[in-house]
Design a protein around this ligand. Sequence first.
Ligand code: PGA
Length: 252
Amino acid sequence: MTNKLKYFIGNWKMFGDFSSFKIIQEVNKYISKSKNLGKKKIVLCVPNTLIHFYKKKLRSKLISLGAQNCHFHEGYGAFTGSVSATMLKRLGAEYIILGHSENRLEGETNQIIKKKIISSLNQKLKVIFCIGETFNEKKNGKTYSILRNQIKSSLQNKFNKNKIILAYEPVWSIGTNKIPKMNELENIIKFIKKDFKLFFKTSNAPKVLYGGSVNPKNIKSLSSISEIDGFLIGGASQSSKKFIDIIENYYK
Ligand code: PGA
C-alpha cells in the first residue's frame, strides 16, 4: 500500500440539494473509521447553493468543501448571475475547480482561467486546475502540445505553486466510461509533472490527479500508477457507495 498522500476529490457538477448532505455524512462515517487517515485527503466540490449549508452542518475536519468555478473578477461587481472567489471563500470553500472542460466548452479561454486562478489564489483557495485534450486532438497526436499550452497560458511563475493541484482530465474520457491506456496515462502524468517543474523552475513535482470516468472497477488499475496523486471523480461522487468503494478499492 502506498504511503503517499492521495486526494479523492468529488465533483458533483449540477447535482444535489440539502438532503444530499447524507452522502457527505456517509463518506465522513467511512473516513473516520479508515486506517491511514492522514494519507487521504477528501474534498467534495459541491454546487455553490450548498457550500454554506454543508459547511455549517459538517462538524468533521476530515472532509473539505470546494466550489466548481467562479467569475474571474474578485470581490463584488456588476456581473449578473456570477459568483466570485471572494464570495465562495466566505461561504466556506477551501478548494476550487478551475478550467474544467465543461466550462472551456462554453467559451472559457486559457486567459480567463488565468484570471480566475489569480483571484482564487488571492482568496487563499486551493486551485484544482483541469487540463486535458479532446478526442480529435488526441487522434492528431496533439495531446502533449495541448497540455503544455494549457499550462503555459494559464499559469504564471509568480503563482504560489504549492496551492495548485493539476487534474489531467482527457475530455473524451469524461462521463464516457473510457479511460486512457495505462502506459499512455503514466507517460502523460510524468510529462505534466516535468513541464510544471520546468515552468516554475523548481525541483518539487506538483500534485497531479487523474479525472474521467473513475469508478469502483477501474480504480484498481489506475492505482498501479504511483505518480498519480489522486482522482477527480464526477458522476461516481454523487453516490456515497461508489465514492467509498473507489477509496476502498484503491487501497485493496
Ligand atoms: P466523470 O467526471 O467522473 O463523471 O467522468 C469527471 C469530471 O468531470 O471531473
